[in-house]
Write a protein that binds this ligand. Structure first.
Ligand SMILES: [Ca+2]
Ligand SMILES: [Ca+2]
Ligand SMILES: [Ca+2]
Ligand SMILES: [Zn+2]
Length: 702
């Protein structure tokens, strides 16, 4: 079975290597529409209605091009980002706007490439796009919002809940790093749109990959020339793919319901300008690979047709579809014909996302202010040196361990704006107070409030829970279900530990995990990283999935959680390599596959080998007082780094009077012992520490 699977995998790898050319990037609108129709009968009804209506547009109307007045559509770009390259520049967005405007007014420079057979069919769509100048609340905007969210990495429709503006006034375009929707072709889904018929107040708009926005910046390296958004806006305005339904039948009732786009059997890729995949068109034309609504490479696309314009005119002329987006009311609300000066919105991050640093380390801050150019910067750095700065990207030194706030106020002639990030920078002491061996059971309810740090995305990610745990009252859960976008990473970063106290004794990192996958062939992954430089860099220690111990069994059960100790697997990792470090930090990174949660408890750093006898004997391990006593006495154990097995009190013959084997905490432990009715005489207290017995003699008086 396993063997066969490996052979199939190998074949798949070979096939995919041979067929790299067959891996096509696609548009996600068909898949999105089919899913949304299935989930909502009302949308299915509206979809059918819309299709019937556009089939009713007369042939004559579809052929006759009338130059009309330009319709203006207010647009807002919502950039969803984690301060990476997906946080594209305003210039790149403006470049995209130029490309949209050229395409929808047949002003693009490459109209000359439209082949002569199609030149007479090409249409100026009479549409322009303008970035909003007023937001929903009437505040000055440049038509670009920027929001930090891990959902940029495959959140798909979930990004629409982060921010959206009234869909009847604004064309909402969400710019993301990754779209999780399966392209079904080994390539990427570059974008997807809601159709005029499938729209609703929470979903309407377009999601597009950041590196396919415009033709400059991060889009420079592809040859799509910003036509991906031209295509998606075509869907948003009510156009279909010319290859929809293959060659189809009557051109008015099949395919894209437009007769002047020749039928195409399947999507066109590259620039196949001799293709004629359907011959049921009359006259039989070549495939119109120039059309923005096919899939040919953007650099080969250059036209819409008169028939497509008639469909878009219908959509823009109907209040049920897109008429409100070009209304005077929308124009006034969005301020697109005004040119106000906005106040900048303060935004910043650190260079390379570094938020932890060793004592005396430095952090460079990076300005991401938007919505206007700032003329002044005023930073305040709690715990930093210098503690203030007026430069845009200052470098600050942090001398003392602690967690510190950062504040930036930016301004221009119109006003000022402040961003405060509480507890942004954590400065870690050169030597940790937490000496190994050490156990973290997540029992302290304040564990995530300054000791460990958890990264969440929306409702998902790491949290302390009391409903299920390996031991004690609480454990940790990386909360994941179908709503958690696939490939989203949730990090849990530990406090720092001094490993040098168990140096030479084969230090191990041990922890308990519990997991079952929600579906076959898709498993969440837990990757453990370590850092010895206060979180500046992370080294992977191990990635664990269901195949190598994330769960104790291979049972598939959606929504599963552990209910007994036998559900928890113990993972043990060798960390000898780091035994000299005095501040080791761990990171538990859960990768979502939109399946089930991962559970974690009992994170231990301990030594495989016992301490050397001489080491133990040299420790002043325990005291007993008073001595002599009357059978009531106190034992103080301060065993530091050594592991205690048990404590036995015996009489002079070796008979055990009592055993105390409860858990001993790190540091000082004090126990009260009361031996009632015990005969006077000599007794021994035997402490079993690291399997060596250390004995103290006591005298009980009559
Ligand atoms: Ca057609
Ligand atoms: Ca043809
Ligand atoms: Ca626990
Ligand atoms: Zn499409």
């Amino acid at each position: 079975m396993i063997k066969n699977r490996n052979i199939i995998l190998a074949l798949l790898i070979i096939l995919s290597a041979l067929n790299l050319m067959a891996q096509h990037n696609t548009c996600g609108t068909d898949k999105y529409t089919s899913d949304i129709i299935k989930s909502d009968p009302e949308i299915q009804k509206r979809y059918n209605e819309y299709n019937e209506n556009i089939q009713k547009i007369s042939d004559n109307e579809k052929k006759q091009f009338k130059k009309g007045t330009t319709r203006t559509i207010p647009v807002v770009f919502h950039v969803i980002h984690t301060y990476g390259s997906e946080n594209i520049t305003k210039a790149q967005i403006e470049d995209q706007l130029r490309i949209l405007n050229e395409a929808y007014q047949r002003q693009n420079a490459d109209t000359v490439n439209t082949r002569s057979i199609f030149k007479g069919l090409a249409a100026d769509m009479d549409i322009e796009f303008k970035l909003a100048r007023k937001d929903q609340n009437g505040n000055c905007t440049e038509g670009i919002t920027r929001t930090f969210s891990y959902l940029t990495d495959g959140g798909d429709d979930a990004v629409k809940n982060i921010i959206r503006w009234d869909y009847r006034k604004y064309l909402n375009i969400w710019v993301v790093k990754n779209i999780a929707m399966d392209a079904g072709s080994g390539g990427r889904v570059l974008g997807y749109a809601t159709l005029p018929s499938s729209t609703n107040s929470t979903k309407d708009g377009i999601v597009i990959l950041s590196d396919f926005v415009g033709s400059i910046g991060t889009a420079t390296s592809n040859n799509y020339k910003g036509r991906t958004l031209v295509h998606e806006v075509g869907h948003w305005l009510g156009l279909y793919h010319p290859f929809q339904g293959g060659c189809g039948g009557n051109c008015n009732n099949s395919g894209d319901y437009v007769c002047d786009t020749p039928p195409v059997k399947e999507p066109s890729y590259g620039c196949p300008n001799t293709n004629n995949t359907c011959s049921n068109d009359f006259p039989d034309q070549l495939d119109m690979i120039e059309n923005f609504m096919d899939y040919a490479t953007g650099s080969c696309q250059n036209m819409f047709t008169k028939g497509q314009k008639a469909v878009v005119d219908y959509s823009l002329g109907n209040a049920n579809y897109r008429a409100q987006n070009i209304s005077t009311a929308a124009h006034n609300a969005t301020g697109i014909f005004t040119n106000p000066s906005c106040t900048p919105i303060a935004d910043f991050n650190t260079s390379n996302n570094i938020i932890t640093v060793c004592e005396k380390g430095s952090v460079t801050f990076k300005d991401y202010t938007y919505n206007a150019t700032a003329t002044t910067y005023s930073w305040t750095f709690e715990g930093g040196t210098p503690s203030t700065s007026s430069s845009s990207n200052p470098t600050i030194t942090y001398n003392t361990a602690g967690t510190y706030k950062v504040t930036l106020t930016v301004s221009n002639a119109t006003g000022q704006n402040t961003k405060i990030v509480d507890k942004m920078i954590t400065v870690i002491a050169a030597e940790s107070q937490l000496k190994s061996p050490y156990t973290e059971g997540f029992e302290n309810s304040q564990i995530l409030n300054g000791f460990w740090k958890a990264w969440e995305a929306g409702d998902y990610g790491w949290r302390r829970i009391t409903t299920t745990k390996y031991e004690g009252v609480a454990g940790m859960q990386a909360y994941i279900d179908a709503g958690s976008a696939s490939n989203t990473l949730y990090s849990l970063v530990s406090d720092n530990f001094d490993l040098s106290t168990i140096k030479g004794r084969s230090p191990l990192l041990k922890f308990r995990v519990a997991y079952r996958p929600a579906v076959a062939n898709s498993t969440e992954v837990l990757t453990i990283y370590v850092s010895t430089n206060c979180g500046q860099t992370w080294l992977p220690l191990k990635a664990i999935s269901n195949a190598n111990g994330l769960g104790v069994d291979k049972v598939i059960e959606n929504g599963w959680q552990p209910t007994m100790q036998s559900h928890w697997n113990e993972i043990s990792l060798d960390i000898t390599k780091y035994e000299s470090t005095k501040n080791l930090i761990l990171k538990f990174e859960a990768r979502s596959r939109s399946g089930n949660s991962i559970y974690l408890d009992n994170v231990k750093i301990e030594a495989l080998l016992p301490a050397k006898v001489s080491e133990i004997e040299n420790e002043n391990l325990f005291q007993v007082y008073p001595n002599p006593n009357n059978g009531k006495f106190n034992i103080v154990i301060n065993h530091g780094k050594f592991k205690i097995n048990d404590l036995k009190i015996t009489d002079i013959s070796g008979k055990v009077i009592t055993i105390k084997d409860s858990n001993y905490q790190n540091g000082a432990n004090e126990s009260k012992i009361e031996l009632d009715n015990i005969p006077a005489g000599m007794y021994f207290i035997n402490l079993n520490i690291e399997n060596k017995i250390i004995t103290k003699k006591i005298t009980v008086l009559p």
